[in-house]
Write a protein that binds this ligand. Structure first.
Ligand code: NAD
Ligand code: ZN
Length: 252
């Protein structure tokens, strides 16, 4: 099936589906100018993200890890949602049972106005107390850039703050996991712009398929999850979603 036929089929499925769940990854934000870890050359000051974004790296050198997050926080503030975010936001308005699980920490889905976003890996603009002092909430928003000093200090106990993202080797928040699991009960599940290599997010499409959803992957490249979906659209998210929305608009 060529891309154009796939776009028509997805538009048909969207028209017929009442419960739509979308999983997004770094690929939906590349058109906004935010590189995926692989596109970024995979390195920052000679470190791979997998070596900086860990509790061990933070325990060793919190200032160094915060410098990396500060660069990313500033870069994201300078970017805007792209057509992929806009189309998904429009679907979230239109479809009563629309849920979007994102692995992205950039907040661009929310800035585009998307409803029902489940932030699987937290947010670049959330912080938490590293010592988990009992006076503080688990996470709260603080989009100060730059902080007067790094690492920033906890306003509750005077200790140090950590970025409110889920690091490699950390558990997903149980409440977030519960909401994501519930979202897998759907008629249509779309996996967009994710390499399907980071677990447990990579397993979600398998579970949605096992629960009976029609599954779709949108990615210019094949991924380990590519044998699973009922429909694969080999294209960029911002192009494919724009085309699907165009088909939907012309039908109404
Ligand atoms: P990934 O970097 O592992 O994979 C990105 C995928 O996007 C690749 O398969 C690539 O082929 C695809 N892609 C590239 N351009 C695309 C486009 N225009 N349209 C559609 N697909 C495109 O990303 P991941 O699967 O999200 O996992 C990486 C981890 O890194 C996640 O945990 C995420 O939290 C984090 N991360 C987040 C951001 C962000 O918030 N924007 C950026 C980099 C990494
Ligand atoms: Zn504290």
């Amino acid at each position: 099936m060529n891309l154009e036929e796939g776009i028509q089929r997805l538009a048909e499925r969207l028209t017929g589906a009442s419960r739509v769940t979308v999983l997004t990854g770094a690929g939906v934000s590349t058109a906004s100018g935010i590189p995926t870890f692989r596109d970024a050359g995979g390195m920052w000051k000679n470190f791979r993200p997998e070596e900086v974004a860990t509790p061990e790296a933070f325990a060793r050198d919190p200032k160094f890890v915060w410098e990396w997050y500060e660069v990313r926080r500033q870069a994201v503030l300078d970017c805007r949602p792209n057509r992929a975010h806009e189309v998904l936001a429009a679907w979230s308005e239109r479809s009563p049972a629309f849920r979007l699980i994102t692995q992205n920490v950039d907040g661009l889905h929310e800035r585009a106005g998307t409803r029902n976003v489940i932030r699987f890996h937290g947010s670049l603009f959330d912080v938490g107390c590293w010592e988990e002092c009992p006076q503080s909430p688990h996470r709260w928003r603080d989009d100060t850039v730059p902080f007067p000093e790094l690492p920033p200090s906890c306003p509750y106990c005077g200790g140090i703050l950590r970025p409110g993202v889920v690091w490699f080797g950390e558990m997903i928040d149980p409440e977030v996991l519960r909401r994501a699991d519930a979202a897998l009960e759907c008629d249509l599940f779309l996996s967009i712009g994710t390499s399907s290599q980071v677990h447990p997010a990579a397993a979600l499409i398998h579970t949605a398929a096992a629960l009976g959803a029609f599954t779709v992957e949108i990615n210019p490249e094949a991924t380990p999850a590519s044998p699973v979906p009922d429909l694969s659209l080999a294209g960029k998210a911002e192009v494919v979603l724009d085309r699907v929305e165009d088909v939907l608009q012309r039908r109404t």
